[in-house]
Design a protein around this ligand. Structure first.
Ligand SMILES: Cc1ncc(COP(=O)(O)O)c(C=O)c1O
Length: 406
């Protein structure tokens, strides 16, 4: 017998409506363009493997070995000891002393950030987040019913944080300062004075510092040191992963390293409790961490060189387009150019028009929280140089027409 049914829609929770994820949302639009027969060039997601960069073979071998050796059961919730020891040794060797009992192996940087924010921010708590932002922070804070307070990164000053604006946002409810350095979406690396000023600011207000250092090994001039080096006794938690600098984003394997300050002891225990609740992160992948951090890293030298060449091409081609400006990135694989939009036009309008006319897919700056009229967009410049050249040819022709016809 068929049970009695109501026909009403099962509603989704309100928290889901408190954020959007432009990086993936724009793909739906691109699929329509593709279905209509235009080749789409996806410059929207920062995945080096999708553009042909190869995961180092010794990491693949380590995972294969782990699978064959039967490491297919649940592991310790904080991660396998060899991985935690490797992470602790890596930070310690860079002047940020970390012990393995304060390291957690997580499903990417993403899970570490979610665990930490869940462990420290109550409903209504406030978190200082850079703007433009990486959308994960907004999404997690929406889930926690907490509040993101956005501090400006200033394109007129090389996308450096606006410290006066940051200071103006502190209230008694502020708990955390999020720093993304090297930065997505701007590609900026902050100089030491700025880094020190951010740490001093956090210390003055008793804030926990979340240092998102997932691009730390991808400075064009070499690896960028961790924040903890500048003040090992400040309440700093660093996050990174195998996703970017080790070319294995699909493995969803990362780590968080909690500084030695006793002020963080309670946070360590809170994260441990939450980590217990999700059992463990994927175990076989964890067997690649020690070999990644302690083994051959020559792929990073090549990768940094490839990125620098793409960044140089990107900046010179963009700056040659009338009406387009671009701060030169110094790390990672993102650039955030600005189109001098005519009045009444938005970044989303430009990005969608570019997509429909040329198949080139970028993400509009308002997807990262900046004003839609400001005309920013994010380009992922991981495609091969030849293809990037074609893409910038298409973009130059389109933009000239777009601005002329406005
Ligand atoms: C600034 C930033 N943080 C975190 C992440 C998430 O990385 P993971 O793959 O380590 O979760 C990304 C991914 O693009 C990122 O750009």
């Amino acid at each position: 017998m068929t049970p009695a049914r109501t026909q009403s829609l099962i509603p989704s929770a309100a928290r889901v409506h408190r954020f959007t994820y432009a990086i993936r949302n724009i793909v739906a639009e691109a699929q329509k363009v593709e279905a209509a027969g235009t080749r789409v060039r996806y410059l929207n997601i920062g995945d080096p493997v999708a553009f042909g960069f190869k995961t180092p073979p010794h990491l693949i071998a380590a995972v294969e070995r782990a699978l064959r050796d039967g490491h297919n059961s649940y592991g310790p919730s904080a991660g396998i000891p060899a991985a935690r020891e490797a992470v602790a040794a890596e930070y310690t060797s860079h002047g940020f002393p970390v012990t393995p009992d304060r390291v957690f192996i997580t499903a990417g940087t993403s899970e570490g950030i979610e665990l930490t924010l869940s462990a420290v921010v109550d409903s209504g708590g406030e978190v200082l987040v850079p703007m433009p932002t990486y959308p994960l922070y907004t999404a997690v804070l929406a889930k926690l019913d907490a509040k993101a307070k956005y501090y400006r990164l200033d394109p007129a000053h090389g996308w450096m944080p606006d410290l006066d604006h940051l200071k103006s946002l502190v209230t008694p409810a502020t708990r955390v300062l999020v720093i993304i350095d090297p930065n997505n979406p701007t590609g900026a690396v902050y100089p030491t004075e700025t880094r020190r000023a951010l740490i001093d600011f956090a210390e003055r207000h008793g804030l926990l510092i979340l240092a998102d250092e997932v691009y730390g090994d991808l400075g064009f001039d070499g690896a960028v040191p961790p924040y903890g080096l500048l003040d090992p006794d400040a309440p700093i938690i660093s996050f990174s992963s195998l996703s970017k600098a080790y070319l294995a984003p699909g493995w969803r394997t990362g780590w968080m390293a909690i500084g030695r300050s006793p002020r963080l002891d309670d946070v360590v225990e809170a994260v441990r409790k939450l980590a217990d609740g999700r059992l463990c992160s994927s175990v076989p992948m964890q067997y690649a961490v020690a070999g990644a951090l302690g083994g051959d890293r020559s792929h990073q030298i090549v990768f940094r060189k490839e990125l620098k060449a793409r960044a140089d091409l990107t900046v010179s081609r963009l700056r040659a387009m009338p009406g387009v400006s671009c701060v030169a990135p110094t790390a990672a694989f993102y650039a955030m150019p600005r189109i001098a939009l005519p009045p009444g036009r938005t970044d989303e309008h430009y990005v969608k028009a570019l997509l429909h006319a040329t198949g080139v897919l970028c993400v509009y700056g308002s997807g990262f929280g900046v004003s839609a009229e400001a005309g920013f967009l994010r380009i992922v410049f991981l495609a091969p140089i030849d293809e990037l050249t074609e893409i910038y040819d298409l973009m130059a022709a389109f933009t000239a027409q777009y601005l002329a016809n406005a």
